[in-house]
Design a protein around this ligand. Structure first.
Ligand code: SF4
Ligand code: SF4
Length: 412
């Protein structure tokens, strides 16, 4: 770990109002400033790793809202993640972590097979029966949470359906590689299908390499830096096999990780890969004239939630809003604290249900106050968390991915 990053904190406290866990607890140990101090004291050997101390650190969502507020460029979330990686490289992964992060996540075929029982569970009507009878209350809490978050799955993952090459509509202006995120392909395939169609309708030939693997974000979250590096090497070498103008993703978490490949692994190829990565909103924002010509009226009141991995990690805030405002008839309402975390944060909503629910409640209150009919966002974790929250507390508000709402406007 870069010690300088730790000593850069001047303890001004400007990050405190941005931190979701500090806002809920008002504890210094649950604040960015406190976390930086704890990691620093651990590095300096003045503190020993204890259960309690690790517990404080693991309460961090790695939302990086603190980094957006810090005048000194300190990123407490990233420092905690780096500390976890260093700790895990000493202790090694446990059995479950090894199973999930090494044996399952990096293998798209296995991931897809693992979802088959879930699909059957929904298709046979068993899910409806289980939910009606409340059977899951008898199972461990994490299982009940996971089941509750599971939306209706598509009949097949997008990776199995989509052609590797989608031709450009009209005159070809360039070629993009599409990075198909695992959750987007497995669960939100309609949104990624809309993304590919949008790119194609704007004149891009879209290449979706079938052998690409998970971006490695789950490895980073789990403290498995070696697993992340393996994913990075694999994806860089796969996309290097094509002549691409851009590498596009519609998943905020993937985009943030892909843009850091050049930092995580050495070599020109990784740096060039990362330099080509664009969130879909960044690329669409280059073509507002062509998009405007295709968009048809959509008379709806819409608001936008900034995923942390898009706003705080990639600094993208203007483009998604500008794109929504292009849709004729759409009434755009800014959401209060739109860039505050929704409490999803990878598996945080399963491992930390109580804190996650408190953070989610704040977000849902702002959505209610906005009066919007549609909540738009662009990250699968946020989509899962907010879809469940809206279904439970604001069923009249629907959630859509940015590209879904644009595609719906184009379809009229
Ligand atoms: S992390 Fe940044 S904003 Fe927070 S106390 Fe330290 S210097 Fe101030
Ligand atoms: S990453 Fe998020 S939860 Fe963690 S310290 Fe920063 S603001 Fe707080």
């Amino acid at each position: 770990m870069d010690y300088v990053k730790l000593i850069n904190c001047m303890r001004c406290g400007m990050c405190l109002p941005n931190c979701p866990t500090y806002k809920e607890t008002f504890l210094e140990t649950a604040s960015p400033r406190g976390r930086v101090a704890l990691v620093r004291k651990l590095q300096e050997g003045e503190l020993e790793q204890s259960e309690r101390l690790l517990e404080y650190l693991s309460l961090c969502l790695d939302c990086q809202a603190c980094a957006s507020a810090c005048p000194c460029g300190v990123n407490a979330g990233e420092l905690v993640a780096e500390f976890t990686c260093e700790r895990k490289s000493d202790t090694g992964l446990n059995f479950m972590e090894d199973l999930v992060l090494r044996k399952l996540v990096p293998h798209p075929d296995r991931l897809e097979t693992s979802m088959v029982p879930m699909r059957m569970y929904q298709k046979t009507g068993l899910q409806k029966l289980v939910r009606t009878l409340g059977v899951l209350k008898m199972f461990p809490k994490p299982l009940e949470r996971m089941e509750g978050l599971l939306p209706t799955l598509p009949s097949r993952p997008l990776r199995q359906e989509i052609s590797e090459v989608t031709p450009a509509v009209g005159t070809e202006r360039g070629t993009v590689g599409f990075f198909l995120g695992c959750v987007m392909s497995l669960i939100f395939s309609d949104a990624s299908r809309a993304t590919i169609q949008l790119l194609s309708s704007l004149g891009y030939r879209v290449i979706t390499p079938r052998n690409q693997v998970c971006c490695g974000a789950p490895n980073m979250l789990g403290g498995d830096l070696d697993g992340l590096k393996e994913a990075a090497y694999t994806n860089v070498s796969i996309f290097d096999g094509y002549e691409l103008d851009y590498i596009v993703t519609d998943c905020g978490g993937c985009g943030a990780e892909l843009k850091k490949y050049g930092h995580h692994i050495e070599g020109d190829k990784a740096a060039s890969f990362s330099a080509k990565v664009r969130d879909i909103s960044q690329l669409l924002a280059l073509h507002t004239e062509e998009l405007t010509a295709q968009l048809k009226p959509l008379p709806m009141k819409v608001t936008y939630h900034d995923p942390c991995h898009i706003a705080h990690c990639q600094g993208i805030r203007k483009e998604p809003r500008d794109l929504l405002k292009l849709v004729p008839g759409l009434e755009y309402q800014e959401l209060e604290s739109a860039d505050a975390c929704c409490g999803s944060a990878g598996t945080y909503n399963i491992n930390r249900p109580e804190m996650s629910d408190r953070i989610l409640k704040r977000k849902l209150d702002t959505v209610r106050d906005s009066g919007a009919q549609i909540l738009v966002t662009s990250n699968p974790g946020c989509l899962l968390q907010l879809k469940k929250g809206l279904a439970d507390h604001l069923p009249h508000v629907k959630i859509m991915h940015l590209t879904e709402i644009l595609a719906r406007s184009i379809a009229g």
